[in-house]
Design a protein around this ligand. Sequence first.
Ligand code: BMA
Length: 811
Amino acid sequence: MRINLDGKWKFKEVGQNEYYEASVPGCVQLDLINLGKLPDPFYATNEVLFYELEEKDFEYVKEFVVDNVDFKVKKLVFEGIDTVSEIYLNDHYLGKTDNMFLKYEFDVSLALRKGKNILKVVLLSPIKEAERLKNIYHSNYNYPQRSWIRKAQYSYGWDWGPRILQIGIWKSVYLELHNGLEITDEFVKTEHLSEDLAVVKVFAKINSFEKPRSVEIEISDREYVKKVIPDVYKSKEGYFIEERIEIENPKLWFPNGYGDPNLYTFKIVAKTSNEEGEKVVTTGLRTVRIIKEKDEHGESFIFEINGIKVFAKGANWIPADSILPRLKEDDYKALIKMAKDANMNMLRVWGGGIYEYDWFYSECDKNGIMVWQDFMFACAIYPDEFDFFVENFKKEAEYQIKRLRNHPCIVLWCGNNENNWGFRDWWHVGDPEFLGNRIYKKVIPEILAKLDPTRPYHISSPYGGDHPNSEKAGDKHTWDVWSGWKDYIYYKIDNARFVSEFGFQGAAHIDTMKKYIPLKDQTIFSKTLKMHEKQEEGLERLIRYMAGSIGLPKDFDSFVYISQFVQKEAIKLAVEHYRKNKFKTAGALYWQLNDCWPVISWSAIDYLKRRKALYYESKRMFAKFLPVVEYESGKLIVYVVSDELVPKQGQLNITIWNFDGQKLYEKNLAVEIPENDVVEAFSEEVENFLKGRFTYIPKQFEATVVGKKVDESLLESIVFVSLFVDGVEYENYFVFEKPVNLELKPCQFEYEIKDDYIIIKPKTPAICLIIEADRDVEDNFIFARPEKEYKIRLNGAQVGRVCDLVEMVIK
Ligand code: BMA
């Protein structure tokens, strides 16, 4: 029997007398907001009002009644406490918690009473706890405060996140009362997989005082049912099953774009003379390995799923709120669906956040989104020279691996975010024995060998080769663009084998910006705006890159739009480069998919799930087929990238226009598209087909094309390509220089609204038309070619205006 203790609790600050109403799951911050004692921390500069909670302690109390306590097993379970707490039931001290990523179970046989019970959780300041630990465990190293506490690291403030040190009972609390039958440690492990046969092993522990009378496993998917009676055996630790099961003609789990992500359910039911227990595992059958083979560039890093080489397309995932208990299943449903709709097949759960809620992994399972799962360490040295820290982490790893290992979506475990890179380049400690390395290099591999040998483990992100951030092997974080101030054209010389991070900032959706920044502060350098841009020199970089791309904005609205345009242009250029280099580069995960509050950041989707220009672009640049236009030493070249597993016939239409809308060139050709590869579909000396039509503009700057000097002549025109495969059009556009160096003219167009569509008819070309509407329309920030009508679904939105980005730039 389970007695749920969620819902209404009461709380007070330790040292104060008055109690207030609280909600569990929840946290102090959320309760104070709900009571009206603190305002919305995301509005204006309210964040600072939350800092004063950091050194305070709080007491949470729940009174509840239990009618029957006549059970052999009586457990109090906390699915998650953030983070440091002491727990009392009816004044019996049950224990202390110090890890947000652990589930805590307390035996309450002695403390639980029939009738009224009082449960008290005293939440202690994580800041004071870190100080306490620092004073007990003397070290030669100066660990940052956050390293001492097993708590989501981003909550201490990040370069896209506010500092909100959430404390609270952030997940469910319940009592488990029964007479001793419980199935745990369930694991469905694929041992062999081929087209006609899957062999899986089903493991589980049956916690029981007596030998179970019967155990049954029922395997099913939509069309398949099979029942198996496994043997039960006894060891020192109790009863177990370990059953080999064959599934004929299995339906495999495939990543998005490669087939259905089919799932099977394994229902394990055990019975004793008077108890019945059940556990349901939903999982998928697939194989995964990383192909690491020496080649002329170093060593490959290619995900192979079910024997297929998969180019990973996607983004990095951060917690979707700075106040976690606000997140609900629908938030995950919406965000993962958005990732899928943007043609992504992989998300990386970054190590500075949390091991996500179950909803996240279930949605990724269902949508074919592969997950790169970091362990929760990021950008710091950690005190693993001390056993207490390692022992705490071991419990966390064992719990999380067991919790997550049945999810087919997870294709990789990874030790941490950027710490091994940091050892080398930031803290200059070489390749140390401790500082985290004991965990990444010894502890995790040992635990994985025992609990989950089914997927690869990667020591850190980035890692591989002679240098942790090498472009010869392993994965790479490419940050010389943006963080290193380099022009985004430099993405083109990145030879990473797998780019697990690269990113570029843009403002949140215009409505989100205006909702959280008061009208008077809607200026580019207001204090409030700076508060919503967390990176050091973040605003400076935004301005620098606008200047280097299209030019400076006329006003606040233009600032928002132009920043998003530049963001998507930069990431587009990078992704086109990486995909064109398939499988020398075998994956591109941009930084970052989502936000945890309203902010100017690297995200494609903002906190309110509004789409930024990069989101719309993602759909296009991650599509199964991608035509890429390049201008290389006087030649115009069109490449076609294909993620399709069979060869295809395509039709390519190439047109070139001047900015007055005059068509300068048109070519139609057939393309043989090879499977899972890239082909050069078109290549021609520009001078051959555009003779006499060049407009020369003076060169005002040094070479920007990396490594080569730019052609003296720049073409004042725009190239559009349309690739048709199986009746679907895949579009792209190209200009020969950065827009800021071109004589762009505002697009002349008309539009009409019919039913739930807007139809835009351009007379002259556009690099970016923006549809301003009260909710997100199906496509936006579009480039537009004359002669074509752009029919875009409005999703019920009311259109305000349609405008050309070119008009937002100061001349
Ligand atoms: C990477 C990440 C994050 C950070 C991001 C943007 O290095 O791992 O720590 O937020 O860059 O700077």
